[in-house]
Design a protein around this ligand. Structure first.
Ligand SMILES: Nc1ncnc2c1ncn2[C@@H]1O[C@H](COP(=O)(O)OP(=O)(O)OP(=O)(O)O)[C@@H](O)[C@H]1O
Ligand SMILES: [Mg+2]
Length: 316
């Protein structure tokens, strides 16, 4: 069943959004089976499924159907054209890495994939982003539902400053229907913190303010918060940039493992990290998506000379 992001049966075929959330237009509410509740099955959150033994994964070359796809996507900050005509498919349960020099548009592209870009004043998007074939920018789409199905961890940690560690992780659960019980919420919070490799450091201070955590801990807290609502797609913007090597390794292991359950996109400056954790890698330069290929192929036999120049350290 396709996830309910509040779309009408016939998705709008094209659109251009302005810089503001479409607050003037009533957005359809999620309801019924298959709504966000379906993606938030408490039992799944508390007891993750065992890996499917004997079930072969598709190879990066024979990728399954895309879970998320951008078609002719352009993103602007006022007059600045930050992402230019990007078309890419993100296969289900694959990790796709996005690499490229600073300022090339990696974060902007990522933020277009769950409608965060338009929250910046003056920012604009054109093109389409299809989530299981539905345009997330279509008319009557519930933007909150989009961001629950397509979760994001930002480049800089963004804990809610007035909330405790526990409540930060549980924050996204408040819109789930039916609302999990307190016991269930506690179990989901603990499980998410374990997955984000933070539990041992915070288990005795769950009611303390999240702002009391170090930068690296805050980043893992944000990962836990994103995981708690069990998104189908997780967008990670340099999730290990502020982490020590041990925490970074734990997060890399998590990313690798998450492929069993969800589609992951990770922006990274670290090419070794991209090679370690991803199935496919995209290279961006000056707002252009230059090349996307199976990770091994992109790093060994890139098709575009600009990709080769970048991965061999000739610029960037
Ligand atoms: N809020 C903003 N307002 C105006 N311009 C912005 C804003 N955010 C980013 N830009 C510009 O958009 C372009 C793309 O920026 P983006 O943050 O996507 O790059 P990036 O590849 O993620 O870089 P980095 O690796 O340094 O994080 C850059 O020229 C940047 O200066
Ligand atoms: Mg960035």
């Amino acid at each position: 069943m396709r996830p309910d992001i509040g779309l009408p049966d016939r998705a709008a075929t094209s659109r251009e959004t302005g810089g503001e959330l479409p607050s003037g237009r009533p957005l359809r509410e999620r309801r019924g089976p298959g709504a966000v509740t379906g993606a938030l099955a408490v039992s799944r959150a508390v007891t993750p499924p065992a890996p499917a033994a004997g079930v072969a994964r598709a190879t990066p070359d024979a990728a399954p159907a895309p879970r998320l796809a951008a078609e002719s996507l352009d993103a602007y900050f006022g007059a600045l054209h930050a992402v230019k005509d990007a078309t890419l498919a993100l296969p289900d349960r694959f990790v796709t890495a996005i690499i490229g020099p600073s300022g090339c548009g990696k974060s902007t592209l990522l933020r277009c994939l769950n409608r965060m870009h338009e929250t910046v004043p003056g920012a604009r998007v054109a093109g389409r982003v299809l989530f299981d074939g539905q345009d997330i920018y279509g008319r009557d789409v519930n933007v909150t539902a989009v961001r629950q199905h397509i979760g994001m961890v930002f480049q800089r940690p963004t804990p809610f400053p007035t909330m405790s560690i526990h409540d930060n992780v549980a924050a996204g659960l408040s819109t789930v229907s039916p609302r999990p019980s307190r016991t269930e919420i506690d179990a989901i919070v603990e499980h998410a913190l374990h997955r984000a490799a933070l539990w041992d450091e915070v288990k005795d201070r769950l009611r303390d303010a999240a702002t009391g955590l170090s930068g690296g801990q805050q980043q893992r807290l944000c990962i836990a918060r994103a995981l708690a609502v069990e998104p189908q797609v997780l967008l990670l913007d340099e999730p290990t940039a502020s982490l020590d090597p041990i925490s970074a390794q734990k997060v890399e292991e998590l990313v690798y493992e998450l492929r069993r359950d969800m589609t992951v996109v990770i922006v990274t400056h670290n090419m070794q990290q991209a090679a370690r954790v991803s199935d496919r890698t995209a290279f961006m330069l000056h707002g252009n998506l230059v090349e996307i290929a199976p990770t091994k192929e992109l790093f060994t036999t890139p098709r575009d000379e600009r990709t080769e120049a970048y991965i061999t350290g000739r610029f960037g």
